[in-house]
Design a protein around this ligand. Structure first.
Ligand code: KIV
Ligand code: ZN
Length: 524
């Protein structure tokens, strides 16, 4: 196999590289799976926003993962593209193969180093693990110039053994040494001490960039990442919206905005354009159907909302009284009244460009414009948020097998609640009229009648996109089938139509065949 080459961007001492793992660790978490096209959309936004390294997937995990890493590697030109591999020749060769088309490829190989993981998961003696570190990194370096090595469960590893493995990985050619807090166990002072210890004790540590990868089980992922940066780490691994296994990974927007806002005590820079955070967060949420909690830092709907009168008064007098960052710095525009029913396609397109959607496909634009016209017939004031909800819908839906066509519901206290539904299934129009226990139940039962399935509904959630009784409803539906969960979202001024759209969106995701054969050792 030929060697793939890469340059590593060495910058000034205080520059922190942002390694995004939304498409790998994030995508691995339940309900967050994305298809190839969606992964490309996310990768495009990550590159545009200046992320240094995009971890595109785990090529050995499935053919779908391989194809996604390959496609991202071919598309992305400015960011480094990484593929994950366990410490085995097969994994590493597969990752190198997937990365062949990349301008800046990186193989990221890992093995667990904690006593618990080595004994029970790997069933390997420490000496064998140490040998595997040398062998795997050397193999990866034979195939790629840029190799990152991770010690899974690093924060629960014995220090002497960890130092020995790190030194060996660097000797074998790893340029980046990543210390994961795989189970989100550490606390900031302890993690700072661990990173400092590695700088003190590993003789060749200056030959590599130290990276950290924190999970959020105790809600400390961002705090731990920042503590590690202070101790000398110059790469952080993170995800948009903090998605990831269990309680998630460190949220990129929180780390980067903490560095930007508190430069006085954290004098480090990143190359990320923070103004893209709102767009990236919305796109990911629309694709995965994983909504962001309203009070989430930086990108939550309430992050810049001031409800209490005393706060509103202060902000009106001087925004700095209660705002430590401006909404504009994360790409959030003060909500404006945008358009009405007389606005034409040209004005709509300009509005979309202003909101960061200059590159919608003709189909998606057409779909969104039609929905806008329809909404304008029913809702007097249309705000940026309304337009964004429509676009999110249009961006997500244009490749669906099942399409929503129309819904007529009879509801109210007299009953029986009945839903009359039309769906297009692979281009064929289908119709059902079904009674249910309430209008939502009847709507979902009608979907089941048209497209029979054994799938359980795990979550049904509605929220209003803007204020007022004519606000659009944004509905999230979570479906589960054989242990696989997906989230669907739908927006409409009619809550039941939004519900049907959300259910159909989730169903479409389940239909995307993803023969994931998760490797046994993948617990990260
Ligand atoms: O959490 C973890 O340990 C990981 C590694 C594979 C980096 O995701
Ligand atoms: Zn992880």
């Amino acid at each position: 196999m030929s060697t793939v080459s890469s340059e590593t961007n060495t910058q000034d001492a205080d520059r922190v590289r942002i390694f995004d793992t939304t498409l790998r660790d994030g995508e691995q978490s339940p309900g967050c799976s994305m298809n190839l096209e969606e992964k490309l959309q996310v990768a495009g936004v990550l590159e545009e926003m200046g992320v240094d390294i995009i971890e595109a997937g785990f090529p050995i995990a499935s053919n779908g993962d391989f194809a996604a890493v390959q496609a991202v590697a071919r598309m992305v030109k400015k960011s480094t593209v990484a593929g994950l591999a366990r410490a085995s020749r097969k994994d590493i060769d597969r990752a190198a193969e997937a990365l062949k088309g990349a301008v800046r490829p990186r193989i990221h190989t890992f093995i667990a180093t904690s006593p618990l993981h080595m004994k029970y998961k790997l069933q390997m003696e420490p000496d064998a693990v140490h040998q595997a570190v040398a062998d795997s990194v050397s193999r990866a370096r034979d195939l790629c110039d840029d190799v990152e090595w991770s010690c899974e469960d690093g924060t629960r590893s014995e220090h002497d053994f960890l130092c020995r493995c790190v030194e060996t990985a660097i000797k074998a050619g790893a340029r980046t040494i990543n210390i994961p807090d795989t189970v989100g166990y550490t606390i900031p002072a302890e993690f700072h001490a661990l990173i400092s210890m590695l700088f003190e004790r590993v003789p060749n540590i200056d030959k590599a960039t130290v990276s950290v990868h924190c999970h959020n089980d105790l809600g400390l992922a961002v705090a731990n990442s920042l503590a590690a940066i202070v101790a000398g780490a110059r790469q952080v691994e993170c995800t948009i919206n903090g998605i990831g296994e269990r309680a998630g990974n460190a949220a990129m927007e929180e780390i980067v905005m903490a560095l930007r806002t508190r430069r006085d005590v954290l004098p480090y820079s990143t190359g990320v354009k923070t103004e893209s955070f709102t767009k990236a967060s919305r796109l990911l949420s629309a694709i995965t159907g994983f909504s962001v909690q309203p009070n989430k830092a930086i990108v939550g709907a309430n992050a810049f909302a001031h409800e209490a009168g005393i706060h509103q008064d202060g902000v009106l007098k001087h925004t700095g009284t209660y705002e430590i960052m401006t909404p504009e710095s994360i790409g959030l525009r003060r909500s404006t009244l945008v358009m009405g029913k007389h606005s034409g396609r040209h004005a709509f397109r300009s509005k979309l460009a202003e909101l960061g959607y200059a590159d919608l496909s003709d189909n998606a634009l057409q779909n969104a414009f039609q929905r806008f016209k329809d909404l304008a017939d029913h809702k007097k004031d249309i705000y940026d948020e309304d337009i964004l909800a429509l676009v999110d819908d249009a961006v997500v839906r244009h490749n669906d097998h099942i399409r929503f066509v129309s819904l007529q519901v009879v509801c109210g206290s007299k009953g029986p609640q009945t839903a009359e539904l039309e769906l297009e299934v692979d281009g064929e129009l289908k119709h059902a009229k079904v009674q249910g226990h309430g209008p939502v139940d009847a709507t979902f039962a009608a979907i089941k009648e048209i497209f029979p399935h054994q799938i359980s509904l795990q979550l049904y959630q509605v929220h209003a996109v803007t204020e007022g009784t004519d606000a659009q409803a944004e509905v999230t539906v979570r479906l589960e089938e054989n242990g696989r969960t997906v989230n669907g979202q739908g927006a409409d001024y009619d809550t039941l139509v939004a519900s049907a759209r959300a259910y159909v969106n989730a169903l479409n995701k389940l239909l995307v065949k993803r023969e994931k054969t998760a490797p046994a050792a993948l617990s990260a």
